[in-house]
Design a protein around this ligand. Structure first.
Ligand code: TYM
Length: 330
């Protein structure tokens, strides 16, 4: 049987990149009857400064957003990372098997640390903790966006290193990445970059909780180019092509159908067309999210149950790891 595991940082609500690159896939995988485990990675999020006054409420909002998107806590294990202490403990053991050179080469680290004068140690070991997340549940498949591919490769590498040193323990996890443009949704303001919550301009991303007016406004301001015809050319026309990818993802149409629909439409008109399609797609999610957020006690309860289920699995692996490493008598 497959074990599907993935994680997301508690950034409040999801943006369209998280949604199409990862979460929508999680919901599909949940329907396959495989074991599915989804983690709100709060320990990862504090590798960059977070406001203690809002962090917990962001965790709750992320849980609500995932449920609003279709994650069903009775079928999937949905939990908060820091409530399962084995993640941080196993991180230590894996850190002892990782070289600094390997971590320094990872693109996300290079990107995130480039603008910092003082680089926190946590940012550096971030991918080791991520490997601990994955291996603790003996995950076979990890559905993520394109940007996470190398991190999953590190997890597979560390599984191999562990097995070689201490005997067969882990299966090697594989990433599941969409092999098309939706694996990397672009920023609406800088279409050569990925859509991300760390870009300062809020108009660069669509959040799942944005109102229809906000969504329309953001698409109107989306950066395209000086050609008014609408056609797909990801390399030379990243802005328009990104809109078309989003359009395709929300309508479920093929790129040919989308292209046909766009004949005779100029980019200004097209932006509004895509905005409307996105608004329609997100409407039920936004309504469910509002409902869920009105009952915080229920959300807390879901996270309690999730933590119990996760802990049961993680503690078994951790026991096995300690025995294999020699920390615990067999
Ligand atoms: P995070 O929180 O940045 O993003 C969550 C998921 O969304 C995907 N994603 C995107 N996909 C397409 N286009 C985009 N513009 C875009 N932006 C984000 C990400 O690829 C990711 O799948 N390190 C992880 C969290 C993590 C994790 C794990 C993931 C921690 N432990 C274990 C898998 C397994 C992260 O920062 O995701």
């Amino acid at each position: 049987r497959k074990t599907i595991f993935s994680g997301i940082q508690p950034t409040g609500v999801l943006h369209l990149g998280n949604y199409f690159g990862a979460v929508q896939r999680w919901v599909e995988l949940q329907e396959t009857g495989e074991e599915v485990i989804f983690c709100i990675v709060d320990l990862h999020s504090i590798t960059l400064p977070q406001d203690p006054k809002t962090l917990h409420s962001q965790i709750i909002t992320m849980a609500a957003s995932l449920v609003a998107c279709g994650i069903d806590p009775s079928r999937a294990v949905l939990f908060q990372q820091s409530r399962v202490s084995e993640h941080a403990q196993f991180n230590w053991v894996l850190g002892c098997l990782t070289t600094m050179a390997r971590l320094g080469h990872l693109p996300q680290y290079k990107e995130k640390s480039a603008s910092l004068k003082e680089i926190p140690l946590g940012l550096y070991v971030y991918p080791v903790l991520q490997s601990a997340d994955i291996l603790l549940y003996r995950a076979t498949h990890v559905p993520v966006g394109e940007d996470q591919r190398q991190h999953i490769q590190l997890a597979a590498h560390l599984a191999r290193v562990f097995n070689n040193k201490f005997g067969q323990t882990f299966v090697l996890p594989r990433s599941l990445v969409y092999d098309d443009s939706i694996a990397r949704v672009k920023s609406l303001r800088q279409p050569d970059k990925k859509m991300s919550k760390s870009e300062t301009d809020p108009k660069s991303r669509i959040n799942l909780a944005d109102s229809p007016d906000e969504i329309r406004e953001k698409f109107k301001k989306a950066v395209t180019d000086f050609t008014s015809a609408v056609y797909f050319d990801a390399e030379n026309r990243p802005g328009v092509s990104n809109l078309m990818s989003i359009h395709r993802a929300v309508t479920g149409q093929s790129m040919e159908q989308i292209s046909r629909e766009c004949e005779g439409v100029n980019t200004a008109q097209y932006k509004l067309l895509v905005a409307d399609a996105v608004i329609e797609h997100l409407r039920p999610i936004r309504l469910r999210l509002e409902q869920l957020l009105s009952d915080r006690a229920h959300l807390n309860h879901l996270l309690d149950l999730g933590a119990d289920k996760a802990k049961t699995i993680a503690s078994k692996t951790w026991q096995d790891v300690r025995e294999k490493v020699g920390l615990l008598h067999k």
